[in-house]
Design a protein around this ligand. Structure first.
Ligand SMILES: *Cc1c(COP(=O)(O)O)cnc(C)c1O
Length: 405
């Protein structure tokens, strides 16, 4: 195929593994929270590349960091370290509970590292029976076999043969269930401070504090999966800061690179000691180009103005959704924190979230769902009022089409 031949959506079905069913249009350009497709149609982006593009598309500071580092050095592997990785790690340590950082390339890999570290730490300090991991139903932690098994959705983990063992699940926000399941054989509890993929479910404040207390009682490490909630998404730099519960290990990805693939696992010096030289690694982890872009994104997100803006825009989003609900009686619940917002459909419209997403795309709006019954919004943290306004006008058109009024 010559480079001048048109690349179309049909080519996807020809040459790509069929594990995705992407939208009919191909985005080719973006600026802020606007995107244009091959035909020049424009979209308001309330999906943010699934909570990734925290500063929208083509942010000048990120483009500059990419170009600048791109002309210096891209990759050296972990046989050498590099300046952007060290600078970013220092900033993450300075801004959080953590004292040590491990870089990876995706949320799943950061969680894989966290689970392996928790196992090693427990075995070293408490003996080889302490290997059990407790996670939560409807949780999501990525698609490696260990992390997908830790996730609480059989639809993602079944059908691949024997699973990694010693992982159990209890219901989210059910402290009694966790209390019944946890024991001195538990090495770690893995939890999202707000479930994203599982339906945008807030953690009860008492639940998350209770999880911390039970972990302390049984010498189990508390791992917060902040892959979706981290880097300003909830209006805090990390959601744990708002929950007033400090984890032992925290994983971050998605928004960390502002659109460039990078992830991090954060922990304390004492726990980090269990990952001695050679025990774990990644060829790309800490890649200089990725870290340079992430550093630029972090500098902009980790400011009081940006984080306060997220909390203010949360109110704008929720007010727009409430207004739509007055018109259509569509939502049973509007929830979430910061700019990770879910709107659960009333029973009458169960199963229709995807139809609304498709109608929204036709109306010039990119959005997300979380399961069959929840509309999900995870826009750029710097989305403008004008972009929000236009996005909701288009959502109104899309909903009217689906519910027919
Ligand atoms: C998206 C997500 C992951 C997986 O991240 P990948 O980069 O797709 O591997 C893990 N945990 C949570 C909470 C997520 O939202």
């Amino acid at each position: 195929m010559s480079e001048h031949e048109a690349v179309s959506r049909a080519l996807f079905d020809q040459v790509m593994v069929p594990n995705y069913a992407p939208s009919a249009v191909i985005p080719v350009r973006g600026e802020g929270s606007r995107v244009w497709d091959q035909q020049g149609n424009d979209y308001i982006d309330l999906a943010g590349g699934i909570a990734v593009n925290c500063l929208g598309h083509a942010h000048p500071a990120l483009v500059a960091a990419l170009k600048d580092q791109g002309e210096k050095i891209w990759h050296v592997s972990n046989i050498w370290t590099n300046e952007p990785a060290l600078r970013l790690a220092k900033k993450l340590v300075d801004a959080t509970f953590a004292e040590k950082v491990f870089f990876a390339n995706s949320g799943a890999e950061a969680n894989e590292a966290a689970l392996k570290l928790a196992r090693r730490y427990a075995i070293e300090h408490f003996g080889e029976d302490k290997v059990e991991i407790i996670a939560f139903n409807q949780g999501f932690h990525g698609r490696t076999f260990f992390t997908v098994t830790a996730g609480g959705q059989a639809i993602y983990s079944d059908g691949f043969g024997p699973k990694p063992g010693a992982i159990t699940h209890v219901d989210y926000n059910d402290l009694a269930a966790l209390e019944a399941a946890i024991s001195d054989k538990t090495c770690a509890v893995l939890v999202e401070p707000m479930q994203g993929e599982g339906g945008v479910i807030n953690a009860d404040a008492e639940f998350i504090k209770g999880v911390r207390a039970l972990c302390n009682q049984h010498n189990a490490l508390l791992i917060f999966d902040e892959v979706q909630t981290g880097v300003g998404r909830t209006g805090e730099l990390y959601a744990y800061m708002g929950a007033e519960v400090v984890p032992d290990i925290l994983t971050s990805a998605k928004a960390l690179g502002g659109g460039f693939p990078i992830a991090a696992m954060l922990t304390t010096s004492k726990i980090a000691e269990s990952l001695k030289v050679g025990t774990h690694g990644s060829t790309y982890g800490g890649n200089a180009l990725a870290c340079a872009v992430a550093e630029a994104a972090f500098d902009i997100v980790n400011t009081p103005e940006m984080l306060a803006g997220v909390k203010q825009k949360e109110q704008v989003f929720k007010a727009h959704l409430a207004k739509l609900n007055e018109q259509f009686n569509l939502f049973a619940d509007i929830r979430g924190q910061g700019l990770l917002i879910g709107a659960e459909l009333v029973p009458e419209y169960h199963g229709k979230a995807r139809d609304i997403l498709v109608a929204a795309a036709d109306a010039g709006l990119m959005m997300l769902v979380a399961g069959p019954n929840v509309l999900r919004f995870a826009p750029a943290l710097n989305i403008t009022d004008e972009e929000i306004e236009l996005g909701f006008a288009r959502l109104q058109t899309a909903i009217a089409q689906v519910v027919g009024s």
